[in-house]
Design a binder for this molecule. Structure first.
Ligand code: ADP
Ligand code: ZN
Length: 600
């Protein structure tokens, strides 16, 4: 086993150099320090504990929330020649005995374990008899009671500090907000640990948010134009909708599988496994899906309903493009989403303070939807990261939205809401403004109001857009107890007094059809070779019962297509080819390349 970090990176993992701040973290932990690591999904967190575990004496213990995913992580490490194992309830008794034996012997490099198992007396006793290199607490944001991935077992991990004061502990997460960070530090007793915060930008992800008018049609066009045959995740708000969208996608000849808490756990495990192992599967899910999913070639994440917070949106979209190749974060939303979400929040358990905090976070999410400047700048800004220039890779950068002076119409809208007693929803208010002759108008005498019929210049859809933006920007609030009645908020005053103006976003007639400028393949790659290499990868993977990307990921295959290595020396230069993989797979992949070149 090599003895310094650079050597391990190159010979075992097959990578040329560290990404910032991996090296620093590895040095500090190898020296015995604790650490708090915040890095975006796909940033390269795993190496930060895997390499120190190899450098230090003893076994590295990795606490990870999802049993189902441990197996793939362990398989990937074994392919690299690292002696890794997992301990969970799926193992037979003799397998457990063998692991315990290796632990005591000091021959195991890394052990993956779920928190509930770790905290059992039997395991603690075992670990007390073992030399432990470090504890890595993955997905550390699971300690956060405010977050959407809360795990009660994670709270008890503070015990590790008391029982093993000498062992370095490293907590890792991709959740960046300040409050979660504080909770991790408190709960895991990491007050003295240095923080390592990597930039949160994911430049290969293209953010796009459009107005919802016909969900299925819009989504289908997106899939057909840009993601035929590729893997992706679709998020919906409710279980019903998940089932409906998944079966509809099937009728459109996409391979789609539903995933939510109402599906039996064995079925869920099966769907997850197929998503990881097969290519071109679309998972349609509620938020219950995705944490800890390491699949690197998820080419798109689509939100068909509005997420509740920017944190959730960022985490979910972050599951796209971990391999660094171009990926899409695509979302559509409308006023109905806002109303539905507010309703869910209103009916949720939790005290008033909690509900207020939720409303705030939803408002920030709405702000992101309606923004007319660069989305990435706004997103990163939310996490206190400053991007000095517009990104050029989001919809507002590529296709800048037009704005118009909506002051006068906004005043009409507010006045209609006010004059009708703030008791009516958007449809009725539009009827008032457009001078409609409905029963309700006459029943309430609204045809006598000064606002009646003053808005005929705008069509109903344009009015919807005005109301939506007024709600999204907090001028109007939606009263859920009164069937979506719109109420004026304090910030309306300057606008009503004529002291302020409001610029509104012009809704596009159609969703932008400008595509992500990709094919995942650069244009100079020969698709025949690409397919042949994929086939080679697939056959090794299915033989071993592991996902294809564990053999080599798409980025490595693309490099092979470009560099065309035909001997071991050149093949070993490909990113992701370490000594073990060179030895095991080099010959087969070189043969594919050589054969391909011979056909010219
Ligand atoms: P995270 O856990 O932060 O989401 P991973 O540890 O799974 O990210 O790493 C994401 C991808 O980046 C993996 O395919 C990993 O092998 C690759 N990677 C990590 N560090 C490096 C590096 N220094 N050079 C090249 N690739 C790297
Ligand atoms: Zn941008």
């Amino acid at each position: 086993m090599p003895t310094d970090a650079d050597q391990i990176l190159q010979t075992i993992f097959g990578y040329a150099s560290f990404r910032s701040p991996q090296k620093e973290i590895i040095e500090s932990i190898s020296g015995g320090d604790d650490a708090l690591v915040l890095m975006p999904t796909g940033g390269g967190k795993s190496l930060c504990y895997q390499i120190p575990a190899l450098l230090r004496n003893g076994c590295g213990i990795v606490v990870s929330p999802l049993i189902a995913l441990m197996q793939d992580q362990v398989s990937a490490l074994r392919l690299l020649g690292v002696n890794a194992a997992f301990l969970n309830s799926t193992l037979e008794r003799d397998e457990v005995a063998s692991i315990e034996h290796q632990l005591k012997d000091g021959t195991l490099d890394l052990l993956y374990i779920a928190p509930e198992r770790l905290l059992q007396n039997r395991t603690i006793t075992l670990l007390q008899e073992t030399t432990i290199a470090l504890f890595a607490i993955d997905e550390a944001h699971c300690v956060s009671q405010w977050g959407h991935d809360f795990r009660a077992d994670y709270l008890e991990l503070s015990l590790l500090c008391e029982l093993f004061p000498e062992v370095p502990r490293i907590a890792l997460t991709a959740t960046a907000d300040e409050r979660t960070r504080r909770e991790i530090i408190n709960q895991l007793k990491l007050e003295h640990a240095p923080h390592y915060i990597a930039g949160f930008d994911r430049p290969n992800i293209r953010y796009r948010i459009a107005l919802k008018n016909n969900t299925k049609q819009q989504f289908l066009r997106f899939l057909k134009n840009e993601h035929q045959g590729e893997s992706g995740i679709v998020y919906c708000l409710s279980r019903n909708r998940v089932d409906q969208i998944a079966s509809w996608l099937e009728t459109q000849r996409f391979k789609a599988l539903p995933y939510h808490a109402g599906i039996s756990s064995s079925k869920r495990a099966e769907h997850q496994a197929r998503f990881l192992r097969e290519e071109g599967i679309i998972i349609v899910a509620t938020i219950a899906f995705g944490m800890g999913i390491d699949k690197p070639d998820v080419r798109f994440v689509a939100h068909l309903d509005l997420p509740k917070t920017i944190e959730a949106y960022y985490q979910e979209t972050g599951r796209a493009g971990r391999d660094g190749l171009p990926a899409n974060a695509w979302m559509i939303y409308g006023l109905q989403d806002v109303i539905k979400l507010r309703q869910m929040m209103q009916n949720s358990e939790g005290n008033e303070e909690h509900k207020r905090a939720e409303q705030h976070r939803l408002n920030a999410m709405l702000g992101l939807c309606e923004i007319t400047s660069c989305r990435r700048q706004a997103l990163l800004g939310y996490f206190d990261e400053h991007l000095s220039e517009a990104c050029g890779n989001c919809d507002t950068c590529i296709d800048p939205p037009r704005t118009w002076d909506g002051t006068e119409f906004a005043r009409m809208a507010l006045s209609a809401a006010y004059r009708t007693g703030q008791r009516f929803g958007v449809n009725h208010l539009i009827d008032v403004l457009r001078g409609a002759e409905t029963d309700r108008i006459f029943q309430f005498g609204h045809h006598h109001l000064p606002a009646y019929g003053i808005g005929k210049l705008l069509g109903a859809n344009d009015w919807r857009s005005v109301f939506r933006q007024l709600v999204a920007r907090g001028f109007l609030s939606v009263d859920i107890d009164r069937f979506g009645a719109l109420r004026l908020e304090e910030i309306c005053r300057p606008l009503l007094r004529g002291e302020a103006k409001i610029e509104l976003r012009k809704d596009p007639d159609k969703v932008s059809t400008k595509r992500q400028t990709r094919n995942p393949l650069p244009s100079d790659i020969d698709t025949a070779l690409w397919e042949a290499l994929r086939e080679c990868r697939r056959s090794f993977a299915s033989e071993l019962g592991i996902p294809p990307y564990v053999i080599f990921n798409d980025a490595s295959l693309q490099e092979m297509c470009l560099m065309l290595p035909t001997d071991f020396d050149n093949f070993s230069q490909i990113s992701g080819v370490g000594e073990r993989k060179l030895e095991k797979y080099g010959a087969a992949f070189i043969a594919v390349i050589t054969e391909h070149l011979a056909t010219y």
